[in-house]
Design a protein around this ligand. Structure first.
Ligand code: 5GP
Length: 176
């Protein structure tokens, strides 16, 4: 698929970032190239239209989920909701704690961001261990929204995030 080739060719690898032993997958070239960015959204849109009859909201994860989520939401004609790191959102919020490699973090949404029964798709740039998307799924469950699945540009297969997210479905464009 030529669109997929365009996407793959605009992802860079940086060894030893942010620390030694980690290969960081950099999506900045994808954003900088209009055709490559369109290809990402085209591929997501096709997947969603083929697999889901009704989607009410796209829910994006802080921070790189915010780069792709609103573009996809616009294509689908639905709204976009932010899952943020704790302390960024005004008003009444709901939070969950999740584990990082060292210590914990908290993900938060506005209490009125999603309504019970709404069908949502979660989106982020990259799936590693799945901890971040798992936390977002928990937030959706707390608010009684129905998670239809998770969308990511990149999946790091050896970290088995897909298993952590089961039974949620994960769709990725590029796998390493
Ligand atoms: P997880 O919670 O699945 O272990 O980590 C995924 C989160 O970490 C995502 O929000 C993603 O943005 C970030 N992340 C971890 N490694 C990388 C990487 O190599 N490249 C990019 N772009 N993001 C990463």
């Amino acid at each position: 698929d030529s669109k997929l080739q365009l996407v793959v060719s605009h992802i860079r690898a940086f060894p030893d970032f942010p620390k030694k032993g980690i290969v960081f997958r950099d999506i900045c070239p994808l954003l900088k190239d209009a055709a490559a960015l369109s290809a990402v959204i085209d591929l997501f849109e096709d997947h969603v239209r083929i697999n889901y009859q009704q989607v009410d909201l796209i829910v994006g994860l802080d921070a790189r989920g915010f780069l792709f989520g609103p573009l996809l939401a616009q294509r689908l004609g639905v709204g976009f909701v932010l899952v943020r790191k704790k302390g960024k959102l005004p008003g009444a919020t709901v939070a969950v704690t999740y584990d990082l490699e060292y210590g914990t973090a908290e993900a938060e949404i506005q209490e009125d961001a999603v309504a019970p029964g709404q069908k949502v798709l979660l989106i982020d740039d990259l799936l590693a261990t799945g901890g971040t998307l798992y936390a977002a799924c928990q937030l959706m469950r707390k608010q009684q929204a129905e998670v239809l699945g998770c969308l990511v540009v990149i999946e790091l297969k050896e970290l088995q995030g897909v298993d952590k997210l089961k039974p949620q479905r994960v769709f990725s464009l590029v796998q390493y």
